[in-house]
Write a protein that binds this ligand. Structure first.
Ligand code: PLP
Length: 496
């Protein structure tokens, strides 16, 4: 089925001669002197007008506002995207992140004139060290995945410094986030997979078998991608340390743990934090993102440089780290994200942050308990901020019904589909994260909708199989879309 074209493309709305703004004719000044073309080589000047759409300002604004309304967003609807955490971010964080003094500060401004921004960075480093229990923090990485890479680079530098080049393997459980093996591999390590046990945790016997003098580190996503806290976490860190390896904590899911437990106290050496999942910034994928890394004193000498520091009277960028892995991001990192995270942490305070994680866990368990009466929950244990269920029971009535069809039907109710088919260790997986910011009313409506969908799977499966029915783009032929991508609006308009 071809997608409906609901919005006339802007090129077709073009009304020759219409203008949104008044600009001087072809020149830099109104006298007609200093034309741009006077300064450009003949071969580079345009001979014909470009084919840009011509529209009045109001028509342009209506076009783009309407387009923006065709998208689902957290400000208009529930977004239970497991693992990617789309929680509501308080607008005050945007407000302070976008203060003129921050957005207009050139990154090469002298430190003496950047004291406010440097103070924010310095204090954010301290806040994050406090929440995680670690000694030092770098704010440079631009996303969680870059934080992982930076963490692994420090692990590598550590073993180089300690003359243990034979430590080339990184152990990673199969319930870890997919970026973990990618980061370890990019850093040149050999990735060794650890199978999960029946409770969704690390299998200690398998771990003991795979630990060796080649082990550089174990990367643990905690809570893991099943939403489960690793029960044997202290035993795992002990075993790895006894084997001479280091412990990496994927702290993207810190929103389930902060204020309750500190990864450094569980025996970890290094962790990254996804500020978009925990501290009110946009997701790195939509950018710009931020993935600070926290380390204990063992790894502190290898931190990227510079980091924000304070000498008692002035804030400054400290480059005095002889064993540093170097700079990993241009200038200071994505500063606006730091200002947002700083605002969020300052506004909540330590008690508030603890409440955030309690609410995230409470909301997830509430949904799990209610939905498990209808949907199959493979790991029916107390979860943290998210949990997984499957479409196994719904499939029984019609073999064509699957997870993809079910979550597409959710769109007709104004709900964004949860993450699906991830983690890979659960067939037909639906991964739900309600986040701390959703009310009981929203959760109850989600349960009601999921119950309605369950009923439809049994009574009117066609409604599920042809969903979504009310969205701007209807059910798409995914195979055709992948094999013959239609990337040009002209052909889409023609097909309609
Ligand atoms: C557990 C976990 N680790 C790592 C990442 C990677 O973070 P990013 O998407 O910011 O690169 C994510 C994604 O949000 C995640 O959920």
């Amino acid at each position: 089925m071809t997608a409906k074209v609901l919005e006339t493309p802007i090129f077709e709305k073009s009304n020759p001669g219409a203008r949104g703004v008044s600009l001087p004719v072809f020149g830099l000044d109104s006298t007609g002197l200093n034309r741009i073309s006077d300064f450009l080589p003949e071969g580079l000047t345009r001979k014909n007008l470009s084919r840009l759409p011509e529209l009045a300002q109001l028509d342009t604004i209506r076009h783009y506002v309407r387009l923006s309304q065709l998208n689902h967003c957290i400000d208009t609807g529930f977004y239970p995207l497991g693992s990617c955490t789309m929680k509501f971010n308080p607008k005050v964080c945007d407000l302070y992140g976008q203060l003129d003094g921050f957005t207009q500060l050139h990154p090469l401004t002298p430190e003496s004139l950047s004291q406010g921004a440097l103070e924010v960075m310095y204090r954010l480093q301290q806040y994050l060290a406090d929440v995680s229990g670690f000694d030092r923090v770098t704010l440079q990485p631009a996303a969680g995945a870059q934080g992982e890479l930076v963490g692994m680079m420090m692990v590598k530098a550590y073993f180089k410094k300690h003359q243990q080049p034979e430590r080339t393997q990184v152990l990673i459980p199969d319930a870890a986030h997919g970026t973990n093996p990618a980061s370890a591999a990019m850093c040149g390590f050999e990735v060794i997979e650890l199978k999960s046990n029946r409770e969704g945790g690390v299998d200690l016997d398998e771990l003991k078998q795979k630990l060796s003098p080649k082990t550089a580190a174990l990367m643990l996503t905690n809570p893991n991608t099943l939403g489960l806290f690793e029960r044997d976490i202290l035993e795992i860190t002990r075993l790895v340390h006894d084997a001479g390896g280091l412990m990496y904590y994927d702290g993207a899911n810190l929103n389930a743990v902060m204020g309750q437990a500190k990864p450094a106290l569980m025996g970890f050496d290094v962790m990254h934090i996804n500020t978009h999942k925990t501290f009110a910034t946009p997701h790195g994928g939509g950018g710009p993102g931020s993935g600070p890394v926290a380390v204990n004193n063992k790894l502190a000498p290898f931190l990227p440089k510079p980091y924000a520091d304070f000498d008692g009277s002035q804030y400054f960028l400290n480059n005095d780290l002889p064993d540093s892995i170097g700079k990993v991001k241009a200038f200071w990192g994505n500063f606006e994200m730091m200002a947002r995270a700083f605002t969020y942490i300052s506004a909540y305070g330590s008690e508030g942050l603890a409440r955030v994680s309690q609410d995230a866990v409470l909301n997830a368990n509430y949904l799990k308990e209610k939905l498990k009466t209808m949907y199959h929950v493979p790991y029916d244990l107390t979860c943290k901020h998210e949990f997984v269920m499957t479409s196994q029971r719904q499939k029984v009535t019609d073999p064509h019904i699957n997870t993809m069809a079910i979550v597409k039907r959710l769109m007709d109710f104004g709900i964004h589909p949860p993450t699906v088919y991830f983690p890979l260790i659960v067939a037909e997986c639906i991964m739900i994260e309600p986040t701390d910011t959703e009310s009981k009313e929203t959760l109850d409506r989600f349960i009601e909708v999921m119950s309605e969908i369950d009923r439809e799977c049994r009574e009117t499966p066609d409604v599920i199989l042809n969903a979504p029915h009310t969205t701007p783009i209807g059910k798409v032929d995914e195979v055709a879309a992948a094999r013959n991508p239609d990337l040009n609006y002209f052909s889409a308009a023609k097909a309609d």
